[in-house]
Design a protein around this ligand. Structure first.
Ligand code: NAP
Length: 350
């Protein structure tokens, strides 16, 4: 399978995560050697599925212990051709201390990881997992762009520790990475900016934001009505593919938006319903009136400021560079939802 001629040694930080697990699997399927960093190499709930992948791929996966706030990456990067830096806390809502829960691990972690890259002479390429939230903060920004379309040129300029701190942590980390990249000339960098990632998980964990969101949808948390919010959506397997293509194919250094389609919450619910015909999930069937959103939104973590700048504002993303320069083919959104609901149902995490 894949490109067997040019086998590489690739380090992946945060290898146990939802997206990273797919990147590791695809790299192993393509014949590469993988050095995965995780916070705890003995936590079977987090790394059991990775260890099985290693065994079924001739032991080509090695796990190393490293933490964004403490370091430990040098050993994992020794002898690597490529480093994929994906570890970063993805927390929305439940954040009481944004500086310590989000910004420090994202920003100082990126500095630690790239300093370790600088210290390991073999690394020629860094692939950084950023996000579309590093490109924009509020949907209203799209109103000023041709076809309401965000491109790689755009940067999030309005997030802060107080407003959308996750977005802030990703933007600050990506900026720091470009700065460190420009200070040297041994390694080049490709940044992948995924939109909201959905699709089946390779582990049974339910603590990730993507799985948590789908659980809320299927449990009926939006049954009263869905706010008119639009999300760029992309399949986790296609995001992994974007990273793997960035590793294997010649392409210009830069930012690559990884997104398939934009849907409103209600359109998502309708599509999910259409692919899970045999089960009646309490999905939303109507739009939540905006006045109710202003009353109940703050209780669910939507501030008035967020509502004003996001509800009802259409967005689009330019995925042409990912398709044309990296050769990514995005699968249908129906397949994404169907496979995700099947996996969550099978693993009892709805
Ligand atoms: N899911 C999305 O919709 C989405 C969209 C755009 C970008 N992204 C980005 O994609 C990456 C992976 O996210 P995901 O969705 O796969 O979420 P996830 O499953 O929660 O993965 C986050 C990873 O970061 C690791 N991590 C967190 N804090 C750490 C620390 N202090 N030291 C070392 N590792 C730490 C976690 O390690 P443990 O396994 O030990 O907890 C986990 O492996 C992140 O950079 C995220 O910002 C995600």
């Amino acid at each position: 399978m894949g490109n067997m001629e040019n086998k590489l040694t690739v380090a992946v930080t945060g290898a146990s995560g939802y997206i990273a697990s797919w990147v590791v699997k695809k790299l192993l399927d393509h014949g590469h050697v993988v050095h995965g960093t995780v916070r705890d190499t003995e936590n079977e709930d987090k790394v059991g599925h990775l260890k099985k992948q290693g065994v079924s791929h001739d032991g080509r996966l090695r796990l190393f212990k490293a933490d964004l706030l403490e370091g430990g990456f040098e050993e994992a990067f020794e002898g690597c051709d490529v480093v994929v830096h994906m570890a970063s806390p993805f927390l929305i809502g439940k954040v009481s201390d944004p500086e310590n829960q989000l910004l420090r691990p994202a920003l100082e972690g990126t500095e630690r990881v790239l300093n370790a890259v600088n210290a390991s002479a073999s690394v020629k390429h860094v692939v950084l997992t950023s996000s579309v939230v590093s490109i924009f903060n509020d949907a209203i920004e799209a109103a000023e762009l041709p076809d309401n379309t965000f491109t790689a040129e755009h940067w999030n300029q309005t997030s802060s520790l107080d407003y959308q701190p996750y977005n802030y942590s990703k933007m600050m980390a990506e900026k720091k990475a470009w700065e460190l990249c420009e200070n040297q000339d041994r390694w080049k960098m490709t940044v992948v900016n995924p939109a909201f990632v959905l699709g089946p998980s390779l582990s049974k964990r339910s603590d990730g934001a993507s799985i948590d969101f789908m659980s809320q949808m299927l449990r009926g948390d939006f049954k009263m009505g869905a706010p008119l919010l639009y999300y760029g959506i992309v399949d986790v397997r296609d995001v992994a593919e974007t990273h793997v293509h960035a590793i294997e194919r010649e392409h210009p250094s830069g930012r690559y938006i990884s997104v398939n389609e934009v849907q409103s919450l209600l359109e998502m619910a309708n599509t999910i319903q259409s692919v899970t015909e045999n089960v009646e999930y309490p999905l939303p069937t109507k739009k939540l009136p905006t006045f109710l959103l202003y009353i109940f939104g703050p209780l669910r973590g939507f501030s008035w400021n967020f509502i004003k700048k996001n509800v009802g504002h259409k967005i689009q993303f330019d995925n042409a560079p990912a398709r044309n320069k990296l050769g990514v083919r995005f699968r249908s959104i129906e397949e994404t939802y169907r496979d995700m609901v099947l996996q969550m149902d099978r693993d009892n995490i709805i």
